[in-house]
Design a protein around this ligand. Structure first.
Ligand code: PEP
Ligand code: MG
Length: 910
């Protein structure tokens, strides 16, 4: 193994690392170092680098432990000097925490061990030194339990099995008739430690390790191992983080929030992670350790007085009751609170972002255990970015980059229909852990949530509390409801990160996993029953409640205006109706990049005229039917041109295979026969004749227009006449006629000839002209590589990356679901190529198409109208490929606009 530095010390306001070293030290390690450098009180410690994690997977446990041993011992020496304590001492033992810390935060996905260094002798030393037996034995009890679970594999395999340690605890509680852990006596705790160790011996066949150095090596390796646990792997897959990153391990001197009533521990945010409001907020527990807050075992209290009052108002708790039973930290420990308030201010100003902080107060002394940029909802993300920019904390480009484009999706999601919610029966109330509206069928297990959702059910995952194992089910559910836990519980933090509606800590909710039932509001609900959740108020409702589109805040508009200043590419929309066009226009679309005219054919009884055209015996018969379609198409185009008021509208000529329009069931075939005056046998025979082995590669696209030019004639006439009619009303039009599925420049040339000839005829008839452009889609690989030839005739290109992906990868658009999950699981594909552009393959063709097209026609306008036009990563690629615009579905327009701004800002070197 190499000589590189594996261990970085920090403490006492000095550090070997710093905040920029996230890749090597992980986010937590880098920020712990940085906090020391800016004078924040942090318990001393050291970080073992992410590179050691890679070594662990390459060379195994023994070699890794040996390679870092000297550095670890030297770093421990420094900690001992700072703390005036000794690791492994029986009289003055230094205890440590061992925590994971990847370069990005992965809340609760990996393992942590606290109070490491305890054994039967050290516990006595701690008891003597602190004068607090209860604290010493409680710490020991926790350590044996955590170490047993994480390092010695005591955690149960199945979610329905009980944790053996919890069983021992429950048993003793029952025996003694006590309810809370805090009611245990010192003798009870001693007994628990003894029983825990016996359980370890029984299950593993080995004694619980007593040597602190052995404990440390075991814990560090267990943290490395947890990098590859299934929930961490799933989390990385969901966020597209590579496994090669590895995790760092932070070993830090323990400070104790469970030393008595002068001690506490908590989690806080410098702004509200749910709404974005600029208000310090958080939760704490007196006489507790960090895991108690996060696990949601005891419901914590608010840190600030303001937060506590808001909480009481929401819960209907009187001020007197609040102040006596649930006081804030600001009230219980005013000095430590004042210091915490100043530090959170310092941290936010220093890191220039909302911080998620962990703190512990040991006997009145405040220690900061962690700071990191806090996860937040989409709405909070937008509000914070805009407000921090106005406050002068960050500049405009930074504010734009702060908002993840995909997160805007949350803002655009539905909320409850106001009328329906007025009528809905409220069953109970919990904490508004993650905003949004959700309605679905109750399931009690994460696996069920996943399975039911796969079958197309909308589900609400109901749990006493969630744990990282539930991630997959939480992801599949519409919403999450928990009986326990606060705003910083696992369920709340993870749901917020996912942008998923969550109501937590509903005290009135009783869950019975065995019978798969729950009781709330005096009513029993079974698995499969419907309930609804309001993640913004914390309310739980009976049954299904209708939803409606979200309302956008002023901050959203301001963010979009900022983004528009920086984006180079325009964003258009794919819309086939004036209504869709209007929605997209309101979201800032600057034109229609794809109007699929076949979608206009399905509505009302116009489908009959289309069927008549398709089933006609000859050209004359087709023309009769086309004459019926002409006025309908013309009217549709008029509506769209008017709605877009001079913005470009790309109208694509008829594309899909003809058999998609004809009926396939006998009843409808008979009716159609009657309508067309033909026998059902003739209709059937004609329909059979249309069936293709490979319709996606069959008689579609420009092949239709080239075999039946009268279709192109009718569509061109409808477009040009509509444009003339609209301009006559004084409304400007800007039309682009687009030919689909071209693979050979001659296919395009033929179509352009039909279009131009028809347009000239209309101009002659109406004695008026308008400008129009004729261009093509580039969606056949051959078109991309011969784009220089096509551009001799085509005035614009629009990359149809749906078909281009299908034909380049050879994956059927309609059948990919059969193998995609396995390909993703095996890592053959990183993402669905129909969602995010395959940059290496399809992207290369796109670049080539742009390059060759512009080599013939330098001013060639190029855009994209495949689904990728609304995918942030693909939009960034399009920016670098030099496209003039992207076009996507109306609700993705804001996402694409923001992604376009991100690309431009990043390219400018921000
Ligand atoms: C495409 O192929 O990318 C495209 C936009 O056309 P359609 O999805 O209608 O085939
Ligand atoms: Mg296509």
């Amino acid at each position: 193994m190499s000589n590189k530095k594996r261990v970085y010390s920090f403490g006492n306001k000095v550090a070997e690392g710093n905040g920029k070293m996230k890749e090597l030290l992980g986010g937590k390690g880098a920020n712990l170092a940085e906090m020391n450098l800016i004078g924040i009180p942090v318990p001393p410690g050291f970080t073992i680098t992410t590179e050691v994690c890679t070594e662990f997977y390459d060379h195994g446990k023994e070699a890794t432990v040996a390679s870092m041993d000297a550095e670890v011992r030297a770093a421990m020496k420094k900690m001992e000097q700072t703390m005036g304590m000794e690791f492994g001492s029986n009289t003055n033992p230094l205890l440590v925490s061992v925590r994971s810390g990847a370069r990005v935060s992965m809340p609760g996905m990996m393992d942590t061990i606290l109070n490491l260094g305890l054994n039967d002798q050290a516990v006595e030393g701690i008891a003597k030194k602190s004068g607090n037996d209860r604290f010493a034995w409680d710490s020991y009890r926790r350590f044996v339990q955590m170490y047993g679970d994480v390092v010695l594999g005591m955690k149960p395999e199945s979610k329905e099995d009980h944790d053996p340690f919890e069983e021992i605890i429950d048993h003793l509680k029952e025996e003694k008739g006590i309810k809370n852990d805090t009611d245990f006596t010192v003798d009870d705790l001693k007994l628990l430690v003894q029983k825990f160790k016996a359980a370890v011996k029984e299950k593993t066949g080995k004694e619980f390790p007593t040597d602190p150095w052995e404990q440390l090596a075991g814990a560090v390796c267990a943290v490395f191992e947890s990098w590859m646990n299934p929930r961490a792997c799933l989390y990385r897959q969901m966020h597209k983080y590579p496994a090669e990153w590895g995790t760092a391990v932070n070993v830090q001197a323990m400070v104790f929030g469970n030393m008595g009533n002068g001690s506490a521990t908590g989690v806080a945010f410098t702004r509200d992670a749910s709404t974005g409001e600029n208000i310090f907020n958080g939760e704490y527990l007196i006489n507790a350790q960090g895991e108690d807050v996060v696990a949601g075992i005891r419901t914590p209290q608010e840190v600030t007085l303001e937060g506590s009052r808001r909480w009481a108002a929401l819960q209907g708790v009187s001020e007197d009751e609040r102040a006596s039973k649930y006081p804030s930290l600001e009230e219980t420990m005013p000095t430590a609170y004042a210091e915490l308030f100043a530090i959170q201010n310092h941290l936010e100003t220093y890191f220039k972002d909302m911080q998620d902080i962990e703190f512990t107060i040991q006997d009145g002394k405040l220690w900061m255990l962690q700071t990191r940029s806090g996860k937040r909802t989409g709405a909070a993300m937008v509000r914070m970015a805009v407000e921090m920019c106005k406050e002068g904390l960050i500049d405009e480009p930074t504010a734009v980059l702060r908002v993840e484009p995909a997160k805007l999706d949350e803002l655009l999601h539905p909320v409850f229909d106001k009328k329906a919610i007025g009528l809905a029966k409220v069953l109970g109330k919990g904490l508004p852990a993650s905003p949004g509206a959700a309605t679905g069928q109750i399931v009690f297990f994460a696996d069920d949530a996943h399975e039911w959702a796969e079958k197309g059910h909308k589900v609400i995952l109901v749990r006493v509390e969630t744990s990282p194992e539930d991630l997959k089910g939480m992801n599949a559910a519409e919403g999450i409801l928990t009986a326990r836990g606060g705003m910083t519980s696992h369920a709340a933090v993870v749901a917020r990160g996912m942008g998923k509606c969550c109501v937590s800590g509903v005290g009135a909710l009783e869950i019975n996993y065995k019978t798969r039932t729950m009781t709330i509001g005096g009513k029993e609900y079974k698995e499969g029953d419907w309930i609804s959740l309001n993640g913004s108020t914390g309310e739980v409702y009976d049954g299904k409640v209708a939803t409606e589109a979200a309302e956008l805040s002023g901050d959203f508009g301001e963010l979009m205006a900022m983004a528009a200043k920086y984006a180079k590419m325009k964003v258009r929309t794919n819309a086939d109706t004036p209504k869709d066009a209007a929605v997209a226009f309101a979201f800032g679309a600057e034109g229609i990049g794809l109007c699929r005219t076949e979608h206009m054919f399905f509505e009302g009884d116009r489908i009959n005229a289309v069927r008549e055209m398709i089933l006609a015996d000859d050209e004359a018969g087709r023309r009769v039917a086309l004459d019926k379609l002409l006025p309908i198409q013309r009217e549709d185009f008029e509506g769209i041109f008017e709605a877009m008021n001079g913005y470009p509208v790309t109208v694509r000529l008829l594309d899909p295979p003809l058999h998609e329009f004809v009926p396939h069931f006998e009843k409808e075939q008979t009716e159609l026969g009657k309508l067309l005056g033909k026998s059902v046998e003739i209709i059937k025979a004609k329909i059979e004749n249309l069936i293709e082995v490979n319709p996606m590669l069959g008689h579609r696209g420009c092949r239709l227009g080239n075999t039946y030019p009268e279709i192109t004639e009718m569509q061109t006439r409808a477009i040009i006449e509509a444009a003339l009619n609209v301009t006559a009303k004084g409304v400007p039009v800007n039309i682009e006629i687009m030919v689909p599925l071209v693979g050979n420049h001659k296919e395009f040339k033929y179509q352009k000839n039909v279009i131009d000839t028809t347009a000239e005829q209309v101009f002659a008839e109406r004695k008026k002209r308008i400008d129009y452009m004729v261009g093509t889609m580039i969606e056949v690989p051959r078109a991309a590589v011969t784009a220089n030839e096509i551009a001799e005739f085509a005035e614009f290109f629009s990359f149809g990356t749906n078909d281009l992906t299908q034909m380049t990868l050879g994956f059927s658009r309609d059948d990919i679901a059969k193998f995609l999950p396995i390909y993703l699981e095996k890592g053959i594909l990183k993402v669905d190529p129909f969602q995010t552009l395959d940059v290496k393959g399809v992207g290369q063709l796109l670049r080539e198409g742009v390059f060759k097209g512009r080599s013939t026609r330098p001013e060639l306008k190029c855009g994209i109208c495949g689904e990728h036009g609304g995918d942030p990563a693909s939009v960034e690629f399009c920016h670098y490929a030099g496209l003039n615009y992207v076009s996507c579905s109306p609700f993705r327009v804001p996402i694409a606009r923001l992604a376009a701004a991100h690309a431009a800002i990043k390219q400018a070197g921000k």
